[in-house]
Write a protein that binds this ligand. Structure first.
Ligand code: NAD
Ligand code: UDP
Length: 321
């Protein structure tokens, strides 16, 4: 029987590349697409020799054409770290809006099911905790994070509109902070920032007083949640994340312990609109997908640290912010 064909946008990025691996493992024909604006080919080059893997270097904010049949689309293309989307705000708005529109159109033309990557950022700086899918959020549309948050909110609205108006098969995952191998050491997110600093013998930069919280999910758990959601019948948004909440100060202390660095925490200004608390309510994922995270932070951080530690020294020393 012919293999099911899946298009994964953002394939050369952190999550996209792990999704490519998972769908190859499940015996799909995987078509990766990426414009490499924040991704790296080395994340997927181990797949290039496979017959059931293809790669298109393409910007999905421009018309997307794929020859042949398509069964599924995972739309993961988008800058995802605050310093990335602050550097490329217009591309961020375009990939969440125009890019999403192009892929919904492609899904409609191919009668494919599409899952879009949304984010906990749709809840903005939340005033309820934990955040359940019913919470409408607290987003500043014109603040520096607005380009990402509003693009993702528009993405959700557009996806639901295609679902209700065109009867398209759609899924929406709201991803909470996820980490693991293949994150970019210089992408500015807190985990690569802290580990990079520890490896270079620099102090760890905590923004604000470090009392803000995040809840970190290991990438294999995230990929499994996304996989289950794609094959479920559920069309409303679903949170996927690890509810184990920690302050950024405690997180810095954990990284100091993990890496054995002699450096200390130093405090810098808190970025504008930085959410004060973030923790997913995963009751829906538990009930509907039978999913919950399996990898605890100690285990996940160990694997991730080993990955960063194995990078060439010149890459660890090179800071390009
Ligand atoms: P990433 O930056 O590693 O990957 C994003 C990929 O998309 C990159 O390879 C980039 O080159 C590509 N891309 C960006 N714009 C594109 C365009 N116009 N056309 C084609 N490719 C384009 O980020 P990530 O952490 O892997 O995030 C992937 C997706 O998951 C994003 O949509 C992001 O919003 C979402 N997400 C991630 C997290 C997380 O914790 N990692 C949390 C919430 C949501
Ligand atoms: N952060 C920090 N030091 C850093 C980078 C980030 O204290 O060097 C903080 C940041 O202000 C935020 C949290 O860590 O409160 C998580 O930031 P990240 O950029 O990883 O993702 P966010 O969840 O804010 O999108």
């Amino acid at each position: 029987m012919a293999k099911k064909r899946i298009l994964i946008t953002g394939a050369a990025g952190f999550l996209g590349s792990h999704l490519c691996d998972r769908f190859i493992k499940e015996d799909f024909h995987v078509i990766g697409m990426d414009n490499l604006i924040t991704g790296e080919l080395r994340n997927i080059e181990h797949l290039f020799h496979l017959e059931n893997f293809e790669f298109y270097h393409h910007d999905v904010s421009k018309f997307v054409h794929i020859p042949g049949k398509l069964d599924y689309i995972l739309h993961f293309a988008s800058p995802a770290s605050p310093i990335d989307y602050l550097k490329i705000p217009i591309q961020t708005l375009k990939v969440g809006s125009l890019g999403t529109h192009n892929l919904l159109g492609l899904a409609k033309a191919k009668h494919a099911r599409i899952l879009v990557a949304s984010t906990s950022e749709v809840y903005g700086d939340p005033i309820v905790s934990p955040q359940s899918e019913e919470y409408w959020g607290n987003v500043n549309p014109i603040g520096p994070r607005g380009v990402y948050d509003e693009a993702k909110r528009f993405q959700e609205a557009m996806t639901m509109a295609y679902h209700t108006f065109h009867k398209l098969e759609t899924r929406i995952v709201r991803i909470f902070n996820t980490y693991g191998p293949r994150m970019r050491l210089n992408d500015g997110r807190v985990l690569p920032a802290f580990i990079g600093q520890a490896l270079r013998g620099e102090d760890l930069t905590v923004f604000g007083d470090g009392s803000q919280t995040r809840s970190f999910c290991y990438v294999d758990d995230q990929v499994d949640g996304i996989y289950r959601l794609l094959f479920s019948d559920y069309t409303q948004p679903v949170n996927i994340g690890n509810p184990d909440e920690i302050t950024i100060k405690q997180f810095g202390e954990e990284i100091i312990k993990l890496t054995g660095t002699k450096q200390k925490l130093v405090y810098h200004d808190l970025p504008v609109d930085d959410p004060k608390q973030r923790r997913p309510d995963i009751s829906k994922a538990r009930a509907i997908l039978g999913w919950e995270p399996k990898v605890n932070r100690t285990e996940g951080l160990k694997i991730t640290y080993a990955y960063f530690n194995s990078l060439p020294e010149k890459e660890i020393l090179h800071k390009d912010f």
